[in-house]
Design a protein around this ligand. Structure first.
Ligand code: GDP
Length: 455
């Protein structure tokens, strides 16, 4: 494979003290550069052990392992060198500078992955999966991103494209050679279009679920002072993070932690107890923060103290949030009330009269609560599609769907097949945006700008 660009380099590991640091070089000068600064002759496809030596001063910088990859058998599809150094930020920087002095350029964000895409080592959905994998917040989203990287989304889109390409080829052949090839029957066109429509709709149905799995959700724990918010926060986290006391107003500021609820990354925020009236200045700021946390959350856990029952103050606090917000009502301190949750309780937590009953002390009902949060956010019938889509894919799928639907309506009215073919071509272009077959530089820059340098 031809090397198309300058030789780039970057630090591929976090720049902090650690056991190993990695510097990556990619491009046609990679081998030439390493030969100048390595103590031994590089053996391709082998693990090379030796020293990095400053070729100006002769000073030994570090004892390293060099991994050489000859194009096209590398991540970028170019000649690639990986230098594994000891994990000292000072050494890593010095070696990077040496590589720069010897002819490489500093890589831009995502440039290694961009080259892998441009050199056809992966399609755009796989390149995006690299970023999703790095940023995955739960093991579920990591495993879906890994599926994308292995090509599951790419294959799904290619299947849809293949059907459309086949029917388009038949239509085009009959239009170009009307004497030799007979016109495609309209029912045949309609059946292909319907098949593609169904597949795209199915992917789009999971779009909300994919967005939640990729981005996570915000959960606010709200309620009057002393109802047990901090205790629930700790119970969900299973650690003693928030301070629990029986003095009203202890949680003065908001505290956040992230937990994994069945694959959803949920950022849990323990709000300050909201009470008006005789409160100090610091506590007032905490209360203001709580209101903004509640406004920005996807779901609010509305707590009231089971030993006291629902009070008018509880309802006032719950009503601070917009009615459109998803809420779950939770009755706390079950160990003191002895109440039990009827297992068949439908739509648990949907009203203060039908609360989820919990005890943070004994963990009673905590698993129920997690299930209720999951169901409230995603619904109980989540289908595992085996891949993830992002908003860019979803926009392209929506465009493709609308072209397919236009083609369907034209085919139903038995319009000229010339016109139908135009819509099928447009649908193919929209689908091609997902794999990156049809994509402009602006979109590429936007995608790779969100990567880190060195990836
Ligand atoms: P917050 O002000 O709403 O955050 O309430 P805390 O979590 O600080 O709890 C207030 C008081 O209620 C503390 O004395 C807790 O020990 C007590 N408490 C919280 N949860 C439970 C529970 O599940 N059972 C019992 N018996 N007491 C609880």
């Amino acid at each position: 494979m031809e090397n198309m660009f300058d030789t780039i380099c970057a630090i591929a590991t976090p720049l902090s003290a650690g056991s190993i640091g990695i510097i990556r070089i990619s491009g046609e000068k990679s081998f030439e550069i390493i030969e100048k600064i390595f103590s031994r002759k590089i053996k391709p496809e082998m693990i090379n052990h030796g020293w990095i030596i400053d070729n100006k001063t002769g000073q030994k910088l570090d004892e390293v392992i060099v991994l050489p990859f000859k194009n096209p058998k590398s991540f970028t599809g170019e000649d690639v060198i990986e230098i594994q150094t000891h994990g000292s930020p000072v050494i890593i920087r010095e070696i990077l500078n040496l590589v720069l002095e010897n002819g490489a350029k500093l890589a831009q964000r995502g440039e290694f992955t961009k080259r892998a895409f441009l050199n056809h080592k992966m399609d755009l959905s796989q390149a995006e999966a690299v970023l999703d994998l790095i940023n995955a917040k739960t093991s579920k989203s990591a495993s879906l991103a890994a599926n994308n990287l292995s090509g599951t989304l790419k294959n799904e889109i290619n299947n849809i494209r293949e059907d459309l390409i086949e029917i388009l080829a038949k239509i085009t052949a009959s239009l170009d050679f009307p004497e030799d090839v007979k016109e495609v029957e309209y029912p045949e066109i309609l059946s292909v279009l319907e098949k593609s429509q169904t597949k795209i709709k199915k992917i789009l149905q999971n779009a909300r679920c994919h967005n939640i799995l990729r981005e996570g959700i915000q959960i606010a724990i709200a309620g009057c002072p002393n109802v047990g918010k901090s205790s629930l926060f700790n119970a969900l986290l299973n650690i003693q993070r928030a301070i629990v006391t029986d003095i009203a107003g202890t949680t003065r500021d908001t505290i956040s932690e992230t937990i994994d609820i069945d694959g959803i990354s949920a950022t849990l925020t323990d709000t300050a107890g909201i009470r008006e009236g005789d409160i100090d200045k610091v506590e007032k700021i905490g209360v203001e923060n709580s209101k903004s946390v509640i406004d920005n959350s996807d779901i609010i856990l509305c707590l009231f103290d089971g030993t006291k029952g629902l009070q008018s103050e509880d309802t006032e606090v719950f009503e601070l949030s917009e009615t459109s917000k998803k809420r779950l009502y939770i009755e706390t301190k079950q160990d003191a009330t002895g109440k039990s949750q009827s297992q068949e309780a439908l739509n648990m937590g949907d009203s203060p009269k039908n609360p989820i009953i919990i005890s943070s002390k004994t963990m009673y009902g905590i698993e129920n609560l997690k299930k209720a949060i999951f169901n409230e956010i995603l619904g109980s019938n989540v289908e595992d599609s085996g891949f993830l889509t992002n908003q860019r894919h979803q926009e392209s799928l929506k465009k493709a769907l609308s072209h397919i639907e236009m083609a369907q309506s034209a085919a139903q009215q038995e319009e000229l097949q010339d016109l139908i073919s135009i819509d099928i071509k447009s649908a193919l272009i929209s689908l091609g945006e997902i794999s990156g077959e049809v994509v402009n530089d602006e979109v590429l820059d936007h995608i790779f700008d969100s990567f880190c340098i060195g990836k």
